[in-house]
Design a protein around this ligand. Structure first.
Ligand SMILES: NC(=O)c1ccc[n+]([C@@H]2O[C@H](COP(=O)([O-])OP(=O)(O)OC[C@H]3O[C@@H](n4cnc5c(N)ncnc54)[C@H](OP(=O)(O)O)[C@@H]3O)[C@@H](O)[C@H]2O)c1
Length: 257
């Protein structure tokens, strides 16, 4: 039995990680902002799977929220064996349409929180010579896609670099790069997705199953679907302007404010 801390655990991909890992008998620490939703999810997972589920309401766009999760990860009395840095969001609009405050908030959640929580978790894991971190990025990391893509490219580079630095320490890191997944993400960001073909959509539960298999196989980068493996392969070969045009429009149709 191990304990897994998941950020952004109340919806979408994070909730799929929580369901899957609770089903496998792991205790959970669920992190998100909505306290009521966290409580309901904890009760449901505990009742269904008999695992211990702790909740930690924290806003990772604020220092106070990051500090609370760092403290939980560093608590020697309650070791966390797997950290899933998953919390994230999209902003509504292109560059200069989004306020600087929202751009910075994205960097705080996608980069600073991931950096600080990875450090807190891996320091404790390295002492125990055991543990793993999954950082959720996106295939958007491989294409020009504003602050969102740039922040996810940072997650990819950061995770692979740390995985190398900690090789042999007993601590494993993997970055997960999903394509389009049916979650609350696009609706929350006010993004219309009717120009995204149906065949491009992934199921969160299947995505998580494939990601955990990749972690088990020791991968440091997981693009867990043959469709997206092919697309990311083609993106490396296609002319940059073609990739750039396609990626800047697909799934970025913003509704009225
Ligand atoms: N869906 C996709 O197509 C897709 C594709 C590639 C990558 N991703 C990435 O996958 C991750 C999960 O996205 P999702 O699609 O599952 O989105 P989602 O369904 O909107 O869920 C987002 C989760 O993050 C939490 N969250 C958001 N802002 C937070 C903050 N400031 N502090 C703490 N928790 C916060 C939300 O809970 P609260 O609102 O209660 O805080 C929620 O639990 C993100 O990093 C996203 O960039 C998604």
């Amino acid at each position: 039995m191990t304990t897994v801390l998941i950020t952004g655990a109340t919806a979408g991909i994070g909730a799929a990680f929580a369901r899957r890992l609770a089903g496998e008998g792991h205790d959970l620490v669920l992190v998100a902002r909505n306290e009521q939703r966290l409580g309901e999810q904890a009760t449901e997972l505990h009742d269904r799977h008999g695992v211990e589920v702790e909740v930690l309401a924290a806003d990772l766009s604020e220092d106070k929220g990051i500090e609370a999760v760092e403290a939980r990860l560093r608590d020697p009395a309650r070791p966390v064996h797997l950290l899933v840095n998953n919390a994230g969001f999209g902003n509504k609009g292109r560059f200069l349409e989004v306020s600087m405050a929202d751009e910075l908030k994205m960097l705080k959640v996608h980069c600073e929180a991931v950096l600080r929580l990875t450090a807190a978790a891996t320091e404790a894991m390295r002492e125990r010579r055991r543990g793993a971190v999954i950082n959720v990025a996106s295939v958007a990391a491989f294409v020009p896609r504003g602050t969102y893509g740039a922040s996810k490219a940072w997650v990819v580079q950061f995770t692979q670099g740390v995985a190398r630095d900690l090789a042999g320490s007993g601590v494993r890191l993997m970055v997960l790069c999903p394509g389009f997944v049916r979650t609350e993400f696009h609706e929350r960001a006010g993004m219309g997705t009717d120009n995204v073909p149906g065949w491009l959509w992934l199921d969160a539960d299947k995505l998580v199953g494939a990601a955990l298999r990749d972690l088990g196989h020791g991968k440091t980068l997981s693009v867990p679907d043959p469709r997206y493996k092919a697309i990311t392969g083609l993106m490396k070969l296609a002319p940059h302007r073609v990739v750039s045009r396609a990626s800047s429009t697909t799934g970025r149709k913003y509704g009225p404010k």
